[in-house]
Design a binder for this molecule. Structure first.
Ligand code: DHB
Ligand code: MG
Length: 215
């Protein structure tokens, strides 16, 4: 058996071309976010599909997101939930929270997404233990370990914990990373891999997406 082949940009392009793309609403959301000078660092449609499929398989109803940005991933996740499902998404920037609320309100999942404004650590502390079926971390990388600890409390046993940017914005192996968060991502990846009570793996989709099950 040859070694499994490395995942290249070409593979990711191939995957993207065989994945559901954005509908007109999500295309418009992204255009509007760019016009509002919100950084275009949302997850890829392929990663959204991966996360939606995980949520559907889990039958998730309650999802917690840390880092809402423009609301793209919250809307995508909400679309994978049944009627009565809910995404609670945490956002520290008032500008981003206002933008996301506006687009969520106009979306097909209005009423299924609550934007909670504040710092991740502060807001997570207010959420009840075992009150979520799934969580997604996609905020400041320095605090990822703290977010993970809180989500291990908030997500029920058997629930799903996902985290974005395991490949550190493509700079995971760079000797002199340009992004300040790269070292934090490396530290977090080791922390998540060794987390007791969590069975997790990095899916090489998008910028690397951690998929974990709380045991
Ligand atoms: C950055 C943050 C993200 O969550 C992401 O997906 C890409 C980039 C950043 O801080 O640069
Ligand atoms: Mg991200």
């Amino acid at each position: 058996m040859p070694d499994p082949c490395p995942v290249t940009r070409k593979h990711l392009q191939y995957v993207a071309e065989r994945t559901r793309g954005d509908d007109d609403f999500l295309v418009a959301l992204k255009e509007s976010a760019k016009a509002a000078e919100i950084p275009a660092i949302w997850i890829s449609p392929a990663q959204a599909s991966l996360m939606q499929i995980m949520l559907k398989l889990k039958g998730a109803r309650e999802v917690v997101e840390v880092g809402c940005l423009a609301g793209y991933s919250a809307i995508q996740m909400a679309r994978a939930l049944p009627q009565g499902g809910r995404v609670r998404t945490i956002e520290i920037s008032p500008k981003h929270a206002t933008f996301a609320r506006d687009w969520i309100h106009r979306s097909d999942v209005a009423g299924r997404v609550d934007v909670l404004e504040g710092a991740g650590v502060d807001v997570l502390a207010t959420l009840a233990s075992n009150s979520a079926d799934a969580a997604f971390l996609d905020a400041d990388k320095e605090n990822y370990p703290r977010y993970l600890d809180e989500c291990m409390r908030i997500v029920r046993p058997g629930g799903l914990i996902m985290a974005d940017n395991a490949f550190a914005f493509g700079q995971l192996f760079d000797e002199v990373p340009q992004e300040s968060g790269v070292h934090a991502v490396r530290r977090f990846n080791d922390y998540m891999a060794a987390k007791p009570g969590l069975h997790a793996v990095i899916a090489p989709i998008g910028d690397g997406c951690w998929i974990g099950v709380k045991e």
